[in-house]
Ligand binder design. Sequence first.
Ligand code: SF4
Length: 260
Amino acid sequence: MGSVIYGPVPSWRLGRSLGIDVLASRSKFCSFDCIYCQLGETVHTVVRRREFVSLGRLEEELGAVGRAAIDHATFSGMGEPTLATNLGEAIRLVRSNLGVPVAVLTNASLMSREDVRVDLAQADVVVAKVDAPDEALFRLVNRPRVRTTLREIVDSIKVFRKAYQGKLALQMMFVEANRGGAARMAALAREVGPDEVQVNTPLRPCAVRPLPPEEIDAVRAEFAGLGRVISVYEAVRPETTPLDVPETERRRPRMPQEGR
Ligand code: SF4
């Protein structure tokens, strides 16, 4: 088992981000096996929620964070955070201990469950993944291991959107396979009506190549009129010093330009 807390890491979306990994595993637990995943192939396919880490252990690690400069605490790490049944309680515990806004990065595969939406609603920011314009590309890019469809996921994000008081962002990862679907993905984003759209391409080492800046600019143009739209190439990353470098780099491999 690894640590629960890692980072802080420089996030293009969340500033200085302290990572909270409620799976705390040395290998990936996920309901997807995305072709671009920086964690490699999904080692443990998990589609049922359970407790991975106790709140007592999380609290112990929170006590050691000290006065690290952070802008957000972000639930992410070695897989999908909504797989943890104690996610909602963990979010409240982190916020009360650290006094910073709490974000959750989710693949949204379990969002059709009411208990998952209730847990996510505890967060100040929810970043939900939508990487495809249709079912075929959903299966190709995200390789879901859970029985769901793109339509079910989009509909469940819309249900969440209606009740959620915090900031909802859609993260859309673009690679060669789904590049041609940008206009239809923008239509899905318009259906949801998020506070922000994050146009991404995988810059960290993984199995597929990122799209170059000019292609991402063209993708971004498809999202015109959607309010706040940001792209990974235009973002500014703050300086951070991780509390534990190996535990941080296991979850977040360095980008080539970051060096050693
Ligand atoms: S949902 Fe996230 S952790 Fe899971 S396979 Fe996709 S990128 Fe990796």
